[in-house]
Design a protein around this ligand. Structure first.
Ligand code: ATP
Ligand code: MG
Length: 451
């Protein structure tokens, strides 16, 4: 992409309404624009990152054996009356009446709709296990939408639902979700810690929230620092194996980690003092096992191996995709701007031409631009006729992990400058070597065509 042809409305001033770094930086970097309270337009740069996160979520869900689909945002109130949640949900639910006077709602979640699909089409235990999911906009009329996309009213969420014959099978689905979520967050360059949680209005016994540690998080968290040393890395996981998934879940749930809702002072004090940590966290996902709550209420049964009709065991599992954009920025920024992890960056490298219009500099930039594209990488070439200082500031603000700076002085010696956004370190090297280095950096990443 050439910046002269792009739509990147960066702001010079820091917007006064934004209280936290991610909200400020998303507005300043031209990623979002508020449409009305808690509802945002995703401008091209923000949209590109949202799509990247969505793709990672899809890839890891499909890898775990879960099946993608798409349900609508608007739902009929009748289904919610069956489960009893039409009244329970309260003012957070946006209720709408259509022209025929029928009660509708903008879905805050989809347990009822998916259970209705299941009961219409699945009748035998032979069709189980089954996990269906979608990534779709949700609406919750939050009392206090704030922090930009972190607590919006309209937000983008992955929600998945497992249907199993027994509690044991459903716990495998639970474990599979925990492992796939850990992989998802790791690919996004995030550490999200599973913490025992309270089940709230969805109901159920087994539930974990995933929290990213950040000072601006809304939850108070208590944990054993040993958990922050864990990582899946390149570990091969057999999602069909009960034992494989359960072992990983055990590893991540053995060290103490809880939010203020479930915190147990006595258990916490039993951890060696040096490892006892208190912090704040951003909830970026949650998994639930809730047994037969919805299948009982809505008659979702299958014929079991013994020929008897039995309600299915279910769970639901959510990832806050749009909130993650903010959470990643909270975890990865400095006073100059965002620092995207390589796995989610909207463009892989910036090219800054410090002397636009200089024949040699222009030609060198064009050649680098073409070579990076040929490798399947997406460079963002700042080809505007602007001061170098302004170009650097824009690159730092939008947070591309690597920058290649090209100018007549370096070119005389056959070199360009390659700068790492995270460390601020620069090295001078011939253009081909800079390109080779970037190819290496991104070798392990999934590259896909640009939106
Ligand atoms: P919270 O406690 O933050 O209100 P929740 O527990 O009600 O969230 P869930 O029903 O668990 O939310 O939804 C799954 C995920 O969707 C959450 O983990 C969070 O990442 C995201 N999410 C929930 N509410 C919002 C919101 N208002 N804006 C953005 N993301 C949200
Ligand atoms: Mg939650």
């Amino acid at each position: 992409m050439r910046l002269s042809r792009y739509f990147l409305p960066v702001l010079k001033e820091t917007p006064s309404e934004a209280q936290i770094a991610s909200h400020r930086l998303m507005l300043r970097a031209g990623m979002i624009k508020q449409a009305t309270a808690g509802i945002y337009s995703w401008l091209p740069l923000g949209f590109k990152i949202l799509r990247k996160l969505e793709n990672i979520v899809h890839e890891e869900q499909v890898r775990a054996g879960h099946i993608p689909m798409l349900m609508p945002t608007l739902q009929s109130a009748d289904l919610w009356r069956e489960s009893g949640r039409y009244d329970d949900y309260g003012a957070e639910m946006l209720r709408i009446t259509d022209r025929h006077g029928r009660d509708m709602l903008y879905g805050p979640t989809n347990e009822e709709l998916i259970t209705d699909i299941f009961r219409a089409h699945v009748g035998s235990y032979k069709d189980l296990p089954l996990t269906l999911y979608h990534i779709q906009w949700k609406f919750r009329d939050e009392v206090r939408p704030r922090f930009g996309v972190m607590r919006g009213r309209e937000f983008f969420m992955k929600d998945g639902y497992n249907f199993d014959l027994t509690k044991e099978d459903a716990m495998h689905a639970y474990n599979r979700h925990m492992v796939s979520y850990l992989r998802t967050y790791e690919r996004m360059g995030l550490q999200a810690i599973p913490m025992r949680a309270d089940s709230g209005p969805i109901g159920g016994d087994d539930t974990h929230e995933f929290l990213v540690l950040a000072e601006t998080g809304e939850s108070e968290v208590f944990y054993d620092s040993a958990i922050t040393d864990l990582s899946l890395g390149e570990r091969a996981v057999d999602y069909n194996s009960w034992d494989d998934c359960a072992a990983i879940v055990k590893e991540w749930t053995t060290p103490y980690a809880r939010t203020d809702e479930t915190h147990d002072e006595a258990l916490f004090n039993a951890i060696p003092e040096a490892r006892r940590k208190t912090s704040r966290g951003i909830e970026v996902g949650q998994i639930f096992y809730f047994g037969t709550k919805y299948s009982d209420a809505m008659g979702a049964t299958v014929q079991g191996p013994d020929g008897k009709s039995t309600p299915v065991h279910m769970g639901s599992h959510g990832i806050g995709v749009s909130r993650l954009v903010g959470a990643i920025i909270e975890a990865s920024h400095d006073d100059k701007g965002i620092i995207w992890p390589e796995g989610v960056t909207p463009y892989h490298a910036g090219i800054v031409n410090v002397k636009q219009g200089d024949a040699e500099a222009d030609a060198a930039c064009e050649a680098i631009y073409a070579s990076l594209n040929a490798l399947g990488l997406e460079p963002l070439y700042d080809d505007r006729d602007e001061r170098a200082g302004g170009k650097f500031a824009t690159m730092d603000l939008i947070g591309l992990p690597w920058r290649i700076t090209v100018g007549p002085r370096g070119l005389k010696n056959g070199v360009v400058e390659l700068t790492c956004r995270r460390t601020g370190e620069s090295e001078e090297l011939p253009p081909e070597q800079a390109i080779e280095k970037l190819a290496l950096v991104y070798a392990g990443h999934v590259l896909r065509p640009s939106l």
